[in-house]
Design a protein around this ligand. Structure first.
Ligand SMILES: Cc1cc2nc3c(=O)[nH]c(=O)nc-3n(C[C@H](O)[C@H](O)[C@H](O)COP(=O)(O)O)c2cc1C
Ligand SMILES: CC(C)CC(=O)C(=O)O
Length: 365
């Protein structure tokens, strides 16, 4: 292939670079992958209204989210095991995000230590958490993150268990022995590496270790033990957004886990207005799922997002060319966002409101 010029070009490069079962784990979703497809289709249904002659000589995409100063409202979504994509793993991702003034949300299942990631980083780092049955192990991860200077916690709430993902079931997917979630103790992680026909080790492991009995009231337990800002990731309804704000959460990430949890929930960008309208600016609202172009970022901002997170494309870039590939993916998004701002006549993020959105085309599928 010629030099990649679109984020989507990196998908094919990554597929060619990775073993099929690893590609399937990164690329795949749950069930019939309807939600996975709709994350993209929903962005493609939204058309834009351009304004002209507004002086777009300088377009400014800078913003601040939970104290993190960003060159663009873009971050890397938390994803497990970046070393599945490239040996340099999360250290490469941190360097790439930092090079573009973007946020990196480190997964609880990162395959590099918080300290090593922080050493490679030049930009803001947050970390994602799952609520473990073993509270001591959960707290241990929080302390390691705090010690490394991580500046916010993102608790994922759409995964009381990891959903059935047909590709991983067919492949009996296990995490390779040399790729480890090093911020979690080995005994906590053991079963992620154990093969068993017709099962996914990740799904099995999550059933053993994640606590599905978590409720709103228990968030206080974490708040009492860490002073870091707390975001909830995986909110899709106004009701839960209101509960989140009522429980003092500092930010919300509208997400369907990249179509990897309940198949049949709406596209993330379709759920965004409901959440953003309910929150009404009380806390920042982020969104992830299907962001592949700068225009997608602009659409999300118009619908009320303070920032977007980008998942799979960063791993595509890593798989193809390590830190350089990941950085190029982010560079393309940043350049395309600047272009979309100029060509819609919106030179600042504050200018990007719903007036930039045309009435969505009727569905043709
Ligand atoms: C390979 C992979 C691993 C992921 N691991 C995590 C994780 O550890 N924690 C989490 O909260 N979300 C995880 N996610 C979900 C992402 O944070 C994000 O919601 C999703 O990938 C965004 O959609 P996109 O890939 O279409 O950009 C993972 C997603 C992928 C593709
Ligand atoms: C290790 C897994 C729990 C990571 C995850 O959230 C995912 O694969 O979607």
């Amino acid at each position: 292939m010629m030099k990649p010029v679109r984020v989507a070009d990196y998908a094919e490069l990554a597929r060619a670079a990775l073993p099929a079962r690893v590609w399937d784990y990164l690329d795949g979703g749950s069930g019939a992958e309807w939600t996975l497809r709709d994350n993209r289709a929903a962005f493609e249904r939204i058309t834009l209204r351009t304004r002209v002659l507004t002086d777009v000589a300088t377009c400014d995409s800078r913003t601040t989210v939970l104290g993190a100063a960003l060159a663009a409202p873009i971050g890397v979504a938390p994803m497990a095991y970046h070393r599945l994509a490239h040996d340099d793993g999360e250290r490469a991702t941190a360097a790439a995000a930092g090079a573009h003034g973007m946020l990196f949300v480190v997964s609880m299942f990162a395959s590099a230590s918080y300290a090593d990631i922080a050493n490679a980083a030049t930009g803001p780092l947050w970390t994602q958490l799952y609520w473990l049955r073993d509270r001591a192990a959960l707290l241990d991860v929080v302390r390691r993150a705090e010690d490394a200077g991580i500046s916010a916690l993102v608790l994922t709430v759409d995964a009381p268990r990891i959903a059935r993902r047909p590709r991983d079931l067919r492949n009996a997917f296990t995490v390779p022995a040399d790729v480890r979630a090093v911020n979690l103790d080995a005994p906590v992680m053991a079963t992620s590496h154990v093969a068993e026909d017709g099962t996914s080790a990740i799904e099995r492991h999550s059933r053993e270790r994640f606590d599905p009995s978590l409720t709103w009231a228990e968030l206080a337990w974490l708040r009492e033990r860490s002073a870091l800002p707390l975001a909830l990731k995986g909110i899709l309804t106004a009701e839960d957004a209101e509960l989140a704000v009522a429980h003092g959460v500092d930010a919300i990430v509208v997400s369907n886990h990249g179509g990897r949890q309940l198949d049949g929930v709406p596209a993330a960008v379709d759920a965004l207005p409901e959440v953003a309208d309910q929150v009404a600016g009380r806390v920042p609202v982020l969104v992830d799922g299907g962001v592949r172009t700068g225009a997608d970022v602009l659409k999300a901002v118009a619908l009320g997002a303070s920032a977007v997170l980008v998942g799979r494309p960063v791993l595509w870039g890593l798989a193809h060319a390590g830190a350089e590939g990941a950085a190029d993916v982010l560079a393309i998004l940043r350049e395309e966002l600047a272009e979309a701002m100029a060509l819609t006549g919106r030179p600042t993020l504050a200018d990007i409101d719903r007036s930039v959105l045309a009435v969505p085309r009727p569905r043709t599928r």
